[in-house]
Write a new protein. Structure first.
Lengths: 180, 180
């Protein structure tokens, strides 16, 4: 498994549909988001539980209920989503082998274990650089970049797809159905 | 397992003993390096095979044979060691779910899959920032930082420990023996 998981990829793609920049879909259900993108519904439901716990999305009730962003898309960074889904795991897990050096004879002197290990310190700087970059990009930035390369009617197609799904449900039709 | 492995930690610690900055040990055997640091010899041997393949260390023959750095310590970066041991694995493994959007009806249009996915592009920038930081630090930098915080006779203790091991072997004594 890569350091930044597939769950983050699924979560980010879904959340982009919830930005107004991308398409004014409004609240969307996990099932619709999953089917729109061909990803497993149950897995996506678990991701949305994590996103809700992290305060990035909120569940709404009612016929048109689903999920919406908990705050404006320009205030949700890629890093927020990474941490919500993957946790705040470190890039490197220092085993403190510096304390085991045989010349210390099982009694590492204070200087040898003071502060962060020199090697771990570099890994922490690298991790900080990575996280700083992830914090620089918001959902709104990403949605804007997608809209820039998509045809003008892409957002309309997305909105229509969700509307078709909703009307299908109201009419008692089976869920699903792709646009021709 | 963390993104940067324990193998990298072991490899870096060992290589620091092979820098002249740290201690003028000369060539060192994997067994000695492993026992000096209390890490498994067989695992370390595999790491040195990788480091040798990457051209970072060279094996030397003879009674005093072992491994030495293949180039000066200021020309070996932390990133070189990370790549030699962990490979060049990506931080994020994009599944290209952008191409699966249901509105495309199983035929993603060229604009949707052109270039790198917007999300993956951010992950790649984050990975680049991380790698840039790892490239900024050399073995010589790390060794210098350790020497700065160690007592003046630390390097001598290390050299003496290796010398004791070598003379123990020549006298037919069992390998090992810690300094009092």
């Amino acid at each position: 498994m890569s350091f930044i998981s597939t769950g983050v990829e699924y979560g980010l793609h879904c959340m982009l549909y919830l930005t107004q920049t991308h398409s004014p879909v409004g609240d969307a259900s996990v099932r619709d988001l999953a089917e729109l993108q061909g990803v497993p519904t149950e897995f996506l439901a678990k991701l949305f539980t994590k996103l809700a716990r992290a305060g990035l999305v909120v569940a709404t009730e009612g016929v048109k209920g689903g999920f919406r962003l908990a705050r404006p898309a320009h205030r949700i960074s890629v890093h927020d989503v990474v941490v919500a889904i993957d946790g705040d795991k470190p890039l490197f897990d220092c085993r403190e082998i510096r304390s085991r050096c045989a010349v210390f004879d099982d009694q590492a002197p204070p200087w040898a274990t003071r502060g962060v290990c020199t090697i771990n310190a570099v890994m922490q700087l690298a991790e900080k650089a990575m996280r700083t970059e992830l914090k620089r990009h918001t959902l709104d930035d990403l949605a804007g970049r997608i809209v820039d390369k998509a045809p003008a009617d892409y957002g309309d197609h997305i909105v229509q797809w969700f509307a078709d799904r909703a009307s299908g449900r109201q009419a008692g039709k089976p869920a699903g159905g792709k646009r021709a």
